[in-house]
Design a protein around this ligand. Structure first.
Ligand code: FES
Length: 81
């Protein structure tokens, strides 16, 4: 099981952590990845300026918004599962 950490610290929360979590959940359902990926809420990942910060299982942090969340999930997460 691979973990994706989505920051819910204050900067990321304000910039839409909740929406990003919902979009990632939809993507996981859509591609039936529920047995391969888990989503975890995380405290500040130290990259508040890039909010919403999302950390992949190999510790790379992506700057995600609700506008680009689907695209980032499909380009940066799905190919590496
Ligand atoms: S609050 Fe999300 S990286 Fe700091």
């Amino acid at each position: 099981m691979k973990s994706i950490k989505i920051c819910i610290g204050s900067a990321c929360h304000i910039k839409g952590s909740y929406e990003v979590i919902e979009i990632f959940k939809e993507e996981i359902d859509k591609y039936k990845l529920g047995d391969k990926i888990e989503l975890c809420a995380s405290f500040c990942l130290g990259k508040c300026r890039d909010a919403v910060s999302v950390m992949r299982w190999d510790d790379i942090v992506f700057s995600v918004s609700k506008e680009n969340a689907r695209q980032i999930f499909e380009a940066e997460f799905m190919p590496y599962i």
